[in-house]
Design a protein around this ligand. Sequence first.
Ligand SMILES: Cc1cc2nc3c(=O)[nH]c(=O)nc-3n(C[C@H](O)[C@H](O)[C@H](O)COP(=O)(O)OP(=O)(O)OC[C@H]3O[C@@H](n4cnc5c(N)ncnc54)[C@H](O)[C@@H]3O)c2cc1C
Length: 581
Amino acid sequence: MKSEAVPAAQALPDSSGIDLYAADPSFGPLLGLYLAPELQRHLAPHFTRLGELAGGELDRLAADADRNPPVLHHRSRAGEDRQWIEKHPAYRRLEEVAFSEFGLAAMSHRGGVLGWPHALPPAAKYALTYLYVQAEFGVCCPLSMTDSLTRTLRKYGDPVLVARYLPGLTGQDLDALTQGAMFMTEQGAGSDVGGVATRAMKDGDTWRLYGDKWFCSNADAGLAMVLARPDGAPAGTKGLALFLLPRVLPDATANAYRIVRLKDKLGTRDMASGEIALEGARAFLVGDPGRGFVQMTDMINLSRLSNGMRAAGMMRRALTESLFIARNRVAFGRTLIELPLMRRQLMKIMLAAEAARSVMLHTAVELERADQGDDAARRRVRILTPLLKFRACRDARRATGDAMEVRGGCGYIEEWSDPRLVRDAHLGSIWEGTSNVVALDVMRAIRREESLAALLPALEAILPDGAFGTALRETLGRAAAFAEDTAHKRDDAHARQAASGLYYATAAAVLASEGSRLAASGDARRLLLAGLVLEHRLRARDPLHPALLDDAWAELLLPETPVAPAHAERLLEKRESDPIF
Ligand SMILES: Cc1cc2nc3c(=O)[nH]c(=O)nc-3n(C[C@H](O)[C@H](O)[C@H](O)COP(=O)(O)OP(=O)(O)OC[C@H]3O[C@@H](n4cnc5c(N)ncnc54)[C@H](O)[C@@H]3O)c2cc1C
């Protein structure tokens, strides 16, 4: 018997084709705080187009590419020994949008991308990529590695190498583009990179590399930065030199390395990560042979910042989807968003997503200052980067998982975006340093570079006046003191706790600063978000005390519409005497 069609009222709400920029009404006004007005006006149509693409074509392509992982071939059908990675057309199109149409890897290195005459500032790059990653995470790895390899090469590379490879690295024609990669870790050298056993032997003007690299994402990239130990160099990170490894040598012959196999991964299934055997591969020394690891740190830190941005983007997608479902799905005669317990869950996703977005944009502006020679900003970026990478990537695991549950059973089904988001989110906290390792790096930044001494006064300076500003200042001071103490006592066991506290205190300060600036034009939403972070992440709570969420907060925040400053002030004053959660 033919079944009846599902009545429209019972059909599952489907957000496919949603404009991910328009569905995020806070983003435009927020960008007004981080981009110069002329630049924001110029980029407005690009954000609009990318928002439409991300919720439509890119989302469909990402699902397709995820179902069709790359395949490694070793021989041509005519018997010629030649390696290549076959990539699904959906992946190629995802690359085309990122590298070619939007020039996301090139825009920091030259003018002319998206019609802007100068190199675009980091805030513009991260804001656009934040939108792109809401559809596709896999391509963002090659994108970030191409961008960061270019930066490191320009900073430390021989001008001859820079002149030879820069045009390919910053090209927007996919066929002529040279992508970047980072072959650093090995079986015996993951977190502990000082264990790298790959050997480097001088051979004329260049070097020959011998060894096994165990995790090589974007395995067929045209150029990779590789850490290796020159014969006779000391043990540990001090003995590591940095090399540029081309896939094809200047005389057009294939370089002497083999992709042994591709990894079968939980997430980023469409992007090829492989194991690589270096068999006398020819490579060019980059910079000072005694400072290979220090130079590589520049690339690692930029990749970490990119990872934090991606976690923020994935959380935004999780929030957009959750709000969409909650506004449209009906249970027990009410839309989900009307149900008190669901409102609480949505607020939790929103808190993590908004905190990460604010820290990401704030860090991007600090990076721009640092690149212009501001040393205090450099020290702030040094600590903000691992703070964001550590905590936002952790939060993304939970936020994407919670969003999956908001969709109910369908959230667990692969034809919806949630499973891919959850799988990808888990990778963020593992690669480019696991959570433990990155939290310890926060402590190192405090100990060795006095980064906290640069961060704290800068955050204090942006706090709003009044009782709420005082509460934030007091909490920020406590978080900083705890982190300082943990770092100097080398109390590793508490590094994550200290880094989490410092991250949320930073987020609360930045949100409050954004909130008071936006309140001037009538929207105090971000002041309330700062209040939520303070209450929910930084205040002591009794787990056996009813954790009350004053519904007035959800009422104001969940619609994502402007909140009148007077409303926000009343709630923030009440917060001092009456816990929210
Ligand atoms: C999909 C994927 C792609 C990757 N792509 C690349 C790539 O392109 N290039 C590249 O170079 N690498 C890449 N990696 C490698 C990645 O960076 C490492 O896997 C990661 O840094 C962890 O190293 P490990 O696997 O050796 O784990 P280990 O270092 O063995 O860590 C195991 C556990 O020990 C913990 N641990 C280690 N040290 C400490 C400590 N001091 N205190 C407390 N806990 C500690 C870690 O947190 C972790 O939980 C990739 C990994 C994955 C999964």
